[in-house]
Design a protein around this ligand. Structure first.
Ligand code: GN1
Ligand code: MG
Length: 370
């Protein structure tokens, strides 16, 4: 199948090698190396992305905007095939896209220093800032209601009503634990009606493997633009908190390893606030900590709903995988809540010094790892 796809680009698989990359629970990715040229091939999950062509259109619109307004910005857009199309459809395999592999770049799967958290947050913030003049409503919503917490909550309630009864029984403790966090849902409902919280062009999948680094550890670009669509900044900052703060990720079943690392939190806030600069409103500044609560809570209910629905959405590796993931996320949320006052102080501190940061370089006059 890969050979057929590559043929469409005039590339012969026989002269290349294809290595699968571990990337996520939804799409599949390979690195294709052909002598001194390399590519990234990605298969789009069309159960999740029901209209893959919309992804291509979104990326094209943003690419055009950036080429015009920020020509030096490295935006990794798909390569066109021999028919000048950005996407290839294979009857059995689904939809595929090919990207150039950026020479000298590397991706990482684990955030191991506050600098990496800073670099990643800076890259995601820089992207949203550079496209802040682009009318976000022109973009297709590639997954409707993707980060609509109200709807996710309804889906969760629905799973508890109509899902697998024996699994619901097993999940009882977690279902009870989640009850105390419904204030996160209530706060989300208020955000909708607050016009100071802007609808922006957001990435919506800010895990660390979606950032390209150079060999010196500087962030150089963001990738995986399938979920670029209109949204709130809390989606991007929140998913960074969810995936960068703890040394143990969502797959960890030993919850004693879950921890909120303050200096990584500072890295995220510093990187994001400094790259977004004056773009963020006061109302948005007040939601920085909420971002983490919002996304971690939403992920917990998504995993738990999927467990109750017999794992119909997320790929699982063993029977209780989604249950463990949900428990893991609830533990992370609890720890975030316990650190509220320390984290609020960090935010206050970072907001005070943001004017010393030079957006273009990412350098700062303040020593920020504290
Ligand atoms: C999915 O597959 P990946 O890692 O790109 C999901 C995210 C979740 C994440 C949890 C389209 O992303 O929303 O946060 O799993 N993406 C989609 O691991 O549902
Ligand atoms: Mg993704």
């Amino acid at each position: 199948m890969i050979a057929t796809i590559l043929n469409e680009y005039g590339i012969k698989l026989k002269q290349c090698k294809a290595d699968p990359l571990v990337s996520g629970l939804i799409n599949k990715t390979w690195k294709i190396t052909c002598g001194d040229k390399a590519y990234i091939l990605q298969r789009i999950n069309d159960h999740v992305f029901k209209k893959p062509n919309q992804i291509a259109e979104n990326i094209r619109m943003i690419d055009d905007y950036l080429k015009k307004n920020s020509p030096d910005y490295l935006f990794v857009s798909p390569i066109k095939n021999l028919r000048q199309e950005e996407m290839v459809h294979h009857a059995q395999g689904g939809y595929f896209r090919l990207f150039p592999f950026i020479e000298g770049s590397r991706t990482i799967n684990v955030v191991s220093s506050p600098d990496q958290a800073f670099e990643a947050a800076f890259q995601f913030g820089k992207f949203s800032r550079l496209v802040s003049g682009f009318d976000a409503t022109r973009l297709h919503t590639t997954i409707p209601n993707f980060h609509n917490l109200s709807l996710r909550y309804e889906q969760y309630e629905d799973a508890l009503k109509h899902g697998n009864t024996s699994r619901i029984r097993i999940a009882k403790q977690l279902i009870d634990d989640l009850k105390k966090y419904t204030y996160i849902l209530n706060a989300f409902e208020k955000i909708h009606s607050n016009s100071d919280v802007k609808k922006r062009v957001m990435h919506h999948d800010t895990k660390i493997s979606n950032v390209l680094f150079d060999h010196a550890g500087k962030g150089i670009a963001i990738i995986d633009l399938d979920t670029v669509m209109p949204g709130y900044f809390i989606s991007d900052v929140g998913d960074m908190m969810r995936t960068y703060l703890s040394p143990a990720n969502e797959e960890e079943n030993d919850f004693s390893k879950i921890e909120i690392r303050d200096d990584f939190f500072r890295g995220i806030v510093h990187g994001y606030v400094s790259s977004m600069g004056d773009e963020l409103t006061e109302a948005e500044h007040d939601l920085i900590l909420y971002s983490g609560q919002f996304i971690i809570y939403m992920q917990a209910i998504r995993f738990l709903a999927d467990y109750c629905n017999n794992d119909s959405y997320y790929e699982v590796n063993y029977e209780d995988n989604n249950l463990v993931r949900a428990g893991n996320q609830i533990c992370l949320l609890k720890q975030l809540e316990e650190k509220t006052s320390v984290l609020k102080d960090i935010i206050k501190d970072e907001l005070k010094v943001r004017s010393h940061v030079f957006m273009e370089t990412g350098h700062t006059s303040k020593k920020w790892i504290g």
